[in-house]
Design a protein around this ligand. Structure first.
Ligand SMILES: NC(=O)c1ccc[n+]([C@@H]2O[C@H](COP(=O)([O-])OP(=O)(O)OC[C@H]3O[C@@H](n4cnc5c(N)ncnc54)[C@H](O)[C@@H]3O)[C@@H](O)[C@H]2O)c1
Length: 540
């Protein structure tokens, strides 16, 4: 399992990192799939005239792919609000040529400490290793966003990155936008859709940029995959399957319950209980110190598996389906593991979490010809479970001409379907040729040598040895837009609100055990209609 934002969820004593591959594919078949994808990516890059430039650029491909340039002028003076797990990933990936971190705010001393010192040799290296001791020591520290905002003028602050628990995204973003600061907030955009709409309206009113951290919008890997899909390489897309499966079923190994077991939390406990007693935590939006730390477990502060994990993957699937809004959603979610008696860390343990530990969701999307033919529907299924991690997380696109597996945001595997005139399967080496029919769209064809083509090798070197998940590119483009006055963010508030509508309506479908039909107005920031108060949803 490669290092990444959710790596620690898998790292418990006694459980080895494992990569069981993908379903029943052998390592050789996976390698063939990877090489097939590179051949296809070479086709896409050539068609977009990106191949030579990509190979020449080597790294820093975001600008080339996503249409921005090296920043002219000073880096954007930015503060981090929240210094936890995700902020530390972003600190590691942040581009100093575009973004100057001038302050960091967090009420947890251990997280401030690790933001400077780091906590992982690659994924979270800390400000000192990223910037050097001298530069890092200029960064000012504040106890929370309220203290930070009091000092915004003295700091010459222009922008903030918000990486705090979900319930606080909107309240903090609104204060920052009103204070004249550009905002890049982590996903899920907000705790409910009313808040998403308030955020978009506030950004428009104050002329500020509002970006949201669904990083797949800035992943070169996903961009190449999507280009191939939109060119029709996989044929007709009727079924996409996404999953994020983890195994937290071992005693005391509940990865989202940190208050009781996490070393850093133990160091912070006294300080946080003091903040609870003084009433400061209430001012920051938390009922208790425990809720601040274990925020993912409770409805008041988090949004469950769908908000934390599923929203990324629904985002990817909706991009692959042509950035369309879904038609309807249904699903089942339950506390099927932690809710069962006797599972907790001690005898007679009653688990107090609100969120489900197993969820299964089905979304209906319109196909390209849906307007003329109501049978033209594409289905996305999503599951996130806590008792088995055999399959790595990712999305699989089952097209009528081929199958694409997006694995752990780090690699893509491509296979061909057999047709009446040609074979297919997982042993077949492929390349892409222009078909003679239908105006010459791309088709998969078998390739009779094991040596990769020159194009595939260039695609490999063009994409870089270390695949970027998109965090760096997302921050580069955010700062570039601030400096140039452009507003062509790939994951703007409007785009991210659609992801929030999908994730939060899926939660409502599971809660009310019903199939919910999406309304266009839910996706429209100008409308006050939102799923959480819609009669269709709330009446039984
Ligand atoms: N894009 C991704 O891949 C990805 C991955 C993981 C998490 N996230 C998102 O990042 C956000 C943070 O998640 P995390 O895993 O870092 O959680 P975390 O609990 O590790 O860190 C949150 C931090 O925010 C701090 N905080 C809370 N209120 C604050 C305030 N008012 N002012 C300043 N700091 C405050 C907390 O003390 C804590 O240190 C969440 O929205 C989560 O969904 C995104």
């Amino acid at each position: 399992m490669p290092p990444g934002p959710d790596r620690e969820y898998f790292q418990f004593p006694g459980i080895q990192d494992q990569d069981t591959g993908h379903m029943e594919l052998t390592p050789e078949q996976q390698q063939i799939g990877r090489e097939n994808f590179l051949e296809a990516a070479a086709y896409s890059l050539t068609r977009r005239d990106l191949l030579k430039t990509a190979a020449a650029a080597g790294t820093g491909l975001g600008a080339l792919y996503f249409g921005y340039e090296t920043l002219r002028g000073k880096p954007v003076r930015t503060a981090f609000i929240g210094g936890g797990d995700e902020a530390n990933v972003l600190i590691t990936e942040h581009p100093p040529e575009y973004m100057e971190i001038v302050a960091i705010a967090d009420p947890r001393p251990s997280n401030i400490e690790r933001s400077f010192k780091g906590s992982h040799p690659e994924a979270r290296i800390g400000l000192v290793r990223r910037l050097g001791q001298a530069k890092a020591s200029e960064i000012q520290v504040f106890s929370d966003h309220l203290e930070l905002l009091k000092n915004r003028e003295a700091l010459g602050l222009e922008a903030v990155v918000i990486a705090v628990p979900l319930s606080q995204h909107a309240p903090i973003a609104l204060l920052c936008l009103e204070a004249g600061l550009h905002v890049l907030t982590e996903k899920l955009m907000a705790h409910n859709i009313t808040q998403c709409k308030e955020m978009i309206r506030a950004a428009d009113r104050h002329g500020m940029l509002l970006a949201v951290g669904h990083q797949r919008h800035y992943s070169v890997l996903y961009e190449n995959a999507n280009d191939l899909i939109q060119r029709g390489l996989l044929g007709d897309l009727k079924f996409l399957r996404a999953q994020w499966h983890r195994n937290n079923s071992f005693p005391g190994r509940d990865s989202w319950r940190k208050w009781d077991r996490d070393g850093d939390t133990r160091k912070d406990k006294e300080h946080l209980l003091q903040l609870e007693k003084s009433g400061r935590l209430k001012e920051l939006g938390y009922d208790s110190a425990r809720q601040l730390v274990d925020w993912r477990l409770y409805n008041a502060t988090g949004g469950g598996l769908m908000a934390e994990l599923g929203s990324h993957q629904m985002d990817a699937c909706s991009i692959f389906l042509g950035k369309v809004h879904p038609l309807a959603v249904q699903g089942y979610g339950g506390k099927n593991f932690y809710g069962v008696k006797g599972v907790g860390p001690e005898e007679n343990w009653v688990d107090d979490r609100d969120i489900d530990d197993h969820i299964y969701v089905t979304l209906e999307f319109p196909g390209r010809h849906f307007a003329e033919d109501r049978n033209d529907i594409s289905i996305v299924t999503y599951s996130s479970i806590n008792t088995n991690r055999f399959e790595p997380y990712g999305e699989t696109v089952f097209g009528s001409r081929g199958t694409l597996i997006m694995k752990t945001e780090m690699e893509a595997l491509l296979y061909k379907e057999a047709t009446p005139t040609s074979s297919g399967g997982v042993e077949q080496r492929l390349w892409v040729i222009d078909s003679a029919r239908d105006g010459g769209g791309p088709v998969l064809d078998s390739y009779n040598t094991t040596a990769p083509s020159a194009g595939a090798m260039m695609a490999q070197s063009g994409m870089g040895d270390k695949v970027s998940r998109g965090y760096r590119e997302e921050m580069e483009h955010f700062c570039y837009c601030i400096r140039t006055g452009r507003n062509d963010l790939r994951c703007s508030g409007r785009v991210a609100m659609a992801d929030a509508v999908m994730a939060l309506t899926a939660n409502l479908a599971m809660k009310h055990r019903k199939r919910i039909v999406f309304r266009d107005e839910w996706f429209d920031p100008a409308s006050d209609l939102v799923p959480e108060t819609d009669e269709q949803v709330t009446t039984t």
